[in-house]
Every structure is written in C-alpha cells, then in structure tokens.
Ligand binder design. Structure first.
Ligand code: GLC
Length: 505
C-alpha cells in the first residue's frame, strides 16, 4: 500500500466513523425524554409501530430464598437451551443444560417443523440428564409426577396470562410466518403431550423478565432493589415493574389474571422498537442498507443500531463499500482469498466469501478491532498497533489477514459503531430509571443485565455509564446505580416464573 493509499483509506474511514457520531448538546437527554413519551403511549395503547410495553403477568419478585427443581426452556435469537434448574434457596442455583444454535432453516421454517424441533431437543436433553423420567413416562405415565417447566421465549408476545401469549411478530433473524398470532406455549404443550411426556409448561416469559427475576434472586447482599432486567445480546430489550394503575390498556378480563393482591406488573418494554418512526434515533446510509435486508424492515429500528445481530453486519456492509471503491483488501493475497469461502463459512457450504454474505460477520469482529484499538490508544502506541486477535478473527471470517493499515482504518469504524451502540443503550435505561422515580425511593438501585454484547464487547458497560452521566441522572444519580450480569438469566428466570405460576413467589 502506498502512503497515499494509506492516507486515503484512513481519511475515508474517519469520514464513515463520523456518520456514527451522535449529536452533542443535550441529544441524549432529549432522546431519553422521547423514549419516556413513547413508552407512556405504549402503556395506554396497543400501537403496532410503537414501543409495545407488553404486560407479563409477573407481579412478584424473588427474595433469593426460593427452592425447587424445574425444567427451563430458553429460545433466543441464536440458541435454544433446555435446562434443569435447581433453586437452592440461598441465592444460588445449579443448572444442567444443553444449548444448540438454531439453524437458519428452522428459523425460516413453519410452525409445525419449529415446534417439533423444540420437542426433539427437549427429548435429547432428557435422554442425557433425566433418562429415568423418560422411562417412567414411557412405562407408567399415570404415576409419573408432572415436571413443571417455564419457557423463556425472547420475542414479543401478546400475553393475557402468565401461561398464555400469542406471537406478535418475529424479531432478530426469525421468519416462521405461520407462527405469528399463535400461542407458542400451548402449541409446545400439545407437542409434549403427544409425545407422552409428563411436562407441564406453566409459564412463558421474555428473557428480560427472566433476567430481572434472576438478578433479584441472585444479586449480592448490599445491592439495592433490582428495578430493571435488560438484554444486550443478539437483540436488545428491557423489563421493569409498573403500577397497574398506569397500564391503562389492560382490560377487565386481563386484570382478572393478575395475581390477587398485586398492584404492579412487570412490563416487557420491547425497547428494540423504540422510535421505529425515526424521530430521534440516527439513520445513516449504512443503517438504511442494513434495514432493507432484514426480515422486518422498518421495525425494531433501535435494536438495529444497538445489538449483536447488527453490529458485525454494519461493519461488513462498510467493508464491501470500501472494497468496491478499491480502498480496502487490494493486495493480491486478499483478492485471491476473496474468491473462495472463508474458513469459518466453508463448512456451512457457503459458496461465496463471507465478505459478500449478509449476516456472516459476527459482532466479535468489530468487538475485537475495537478492543485492540483501545488497548493501543491506552498504550499510546499507534504506530505499532497490536492487532493480533483482529488479524486472527479476520482470517477466520475472510480467509486472509488484512494488513496493518487496513486493520487500523477498520478499527476506527468499529469503535464508532460500538460507541454509538453503547451510548444509545443508555437511553431506555435512563428512561426507565427516571420514569420509575426509583432514585427518589431508594438510596441505590440495581440493574440486571445479560447478553453477549454486554458481557463481551469491550467497555460496553463502561460506555453505557458514561452516556448515562450525560442524561438528567448526572454523575450523582449514576453513582447510585449498580449493574450486574444475571448469570443464566433466561434459564433461572424460567424456573422462577414456573414457581410464580404456582403462586409460590
Ligand atoms: C428482541 C426480542 C425481545 C428480546 C430481545 C433480546 O428484541 O423482540 O423479545 O427480549 O430481542 O433477546
């Protein structure tokens, strides 16, 4: 690469990075206010394009003393997990589980194939971890005690009770069209019954609700009450507790399914759908290109700027543009490698190099570039950057190692994508804290979080807190907020909600 090419690449990368910069001067607070406004609308109306603000019919929070053994099912944007969770009653649990990525064919199949796939996975789990239960179901079903199960289903459900909910729409990568409008829990129950399994699905919850319950169950002594459960993973979303009186869209029939004596209910906000109309959230050229190629264009627009399914894809789209402009991957080695499927994808039978395959670029790619670039900046070592891991992950994705200048330019873009994602993530968090007025009631409050981005994207949580300080919460408010990972949030949450469904929480 000549010096001139290097300069041109870096200049172009900086111009692209600028498109991911959020405006200054009160932008975050203004966006928080818009979030609160849109979420209040969602509590009062069922608006198909607004923030759904979905009632969960979960009204109790665990104390950490709960006990019991439950089967927990957990379907997310990437994996389906089947777990046996034992709540030990001292804020601790044990978990046996199998986890498998749901393959793209299933994600785009039909309801029958999908439900039967879930049934197969449950049987595989029982064969490994609970063979005696399977045998008893086969030989003496009448005397087999029913095993209670909770289902964490991480997609928007219109719930009318803790065990009733129809799918509103798919998000993330799913498109099983005939499942929309159907009650997933009931369909799975029928499948399990038809297989003669003595499993009783007593509750269905969102992963954010599971995270909220799990963090309440397991948080360290001394933390304030957990008021939000949130996910920054393949998708993003949050749940918090709202007084029933404010959920004015609930009808008398639905209110009849609220546990007696309760005056609040956990709301699954589905904040991924914040500002679908793009009043305040950014919408640069690359956001538009990305959205056009999703199964749900125009929906979950906030999520498409924040979560793990999308950050790698944004970078891939930009790489394609830079390559087509003759600025990136121009060496003979790169040009040759780009003719073939890359190592990570060759085994999937992909015939193209991952550069040209939509959704093939894992968010680990920008995360690694971002992490190494931050290390480099901290070491003030810009000319001798150590992109060791970036080189490796790029090799896995593309089949060659980009050169130092290319990695430096791409890291500038990755940092911009990551920072925008983390700063935007602060918006609904600040919105929920301010709207709940929790800081007026408690000295400190706690947030439970889960998901691959918050766990693995370098400095993601730190950047969220930086951004929170720029909202009305200020540094004093933010100092009174703790955030912790809710380990096994979806699995333990499913067990806790199965307990709640029995009226034991
Ligand atoms: C998507 C889903 C939502 C889920 C989130 C995190 O936004 O619609 O239900 O909680 O991803 O997994």
């Amino acid at each position: 690469m000549t010096q001139q090419d290097q300069n041109q690449l870096m200049e172009t990368a900086k111009t692209i990075a600028d498109q991911f910069k959020l405006p200054e001067n009160g932008y975050l607070q203004k966006t928080v206010e818009e979030y609160v406004k849109q979420s209040l609308h969602g509590l009062a109306h069922q608006d198909p394009v607004g923030i759904p603000m979905l009632p969960s019919f979960v009204s109790s929070m665990p104390t950490g003393k709960e006990k019991g053994t439950f089967l927990a099912l957990d379907l997310g944007g990437t994996n389906f997990r089947v777990c046996l969770v034992k709540l030990l009653g001292n804020s601790k649990h044990t978990i046996d589980q199998i986890k498998e990525a749901v393959n793209p064919e299933i994600m785009a199949s039909d309801m029958k194939t999908f439900i039967s796939h879930l049934g197969d996975r449950i049987v595989s789990f029982l064969e490994i971890y609970y063979q005696s239960f399977l045998e008893q179901c086969a030989h003496d079903p009448e005397s087999t005690p029913e095993l209670k199960a909770g289902f964490t289903f991480s997609f928007p459900l219109h719930q009318t009770a803790v065990n009733r909910g129809t799918l509103i729409r798919w998000t993330k990568g799913y498109s099983i069209n005939d499942a929309v409008g159907k009650d997933i829990l009931q369909a799975l129950q029928q499948e399990l019954d038809s297989r003669g399994l003595r499993l009783h699905l007593t509750a269905v919850i969102n992963d954010t609700v599971g995270t909220l319950l799990t963090r309440s169950y397991s948080k360290p002594v001394g933390c304030g009450p957990t008021i939000i459960g949130c996910i920054f993973g393949t998708g993003t979303n949050g749940a918090y507790s709202e007084p029933l009186a404010n959920i004015t869209k609930l009808g008398a029939e639905e209110l009849a399914h609220v546990a007696p004596g309760k005056d609040s209910m956990v709301i699954n906000t589905e904040w991924g759908a914040f500002d679908n109309a793009l009043k305040v959230i950014p919408n640069c050229k690359y956001d538009k290109l990305l959205d056009a190629n999703t199964p749900n264009p125009g929906f979950h627009m906030f999520e498409k700027r924040v979560s793990g399914m999308f950050l790698g894809e944004l970078l891939r789209i930009i790489m394609v543009e830079l390559h087509d402009a003759g600025l990136l991957f121009t060496t003979n080695e790169a040009l040759e490698a780009l003719k073939y499927p890359s190592p990570a994808h060759a085994k999937d039978g992909k015939t193209q190099n991952a550069l040209r395959v939509p959704w093939s670029m894992n968010t680990a790619v920008p995360a690694t570039l971002d992490g190494e670039s931050n290390n480099n900046n901290n070491n003030n070592n810009n000319n001798n950057d150590d992109f060791t891991h970036s080189r490796k992950i790029m090799y896995e994705h593309l089949g060659f190692e980009p050169n130092q200048d290319e990695l430096a330019a791409l890291s500038v873009i990755a940092c911009a994508i990551g920072k925008r994602a983390a700063y935007l993530s602060a918006v609904p968090l600040a919105g929920a804290v301010l709207h709940s007025r929790a800081l007026e009631r408690f000295d400190t409050i706690d947030v439970g979080a889960d998901g691959s981005v918050i766990e693995h994207y370098p400095r993601f949580q730190e950047m969220i807190f930086e951004a929170l300080e720029q909202t009305e919460l200020g540094s004093k408010g933010v100092a009174r907020i703790t955030m912790g990972i809710a380990k096994d949030g979806s699995g333990v949450g499913a067990a806790l909600c199965a307990l709640e469904a029995e009226g034991c929480l």
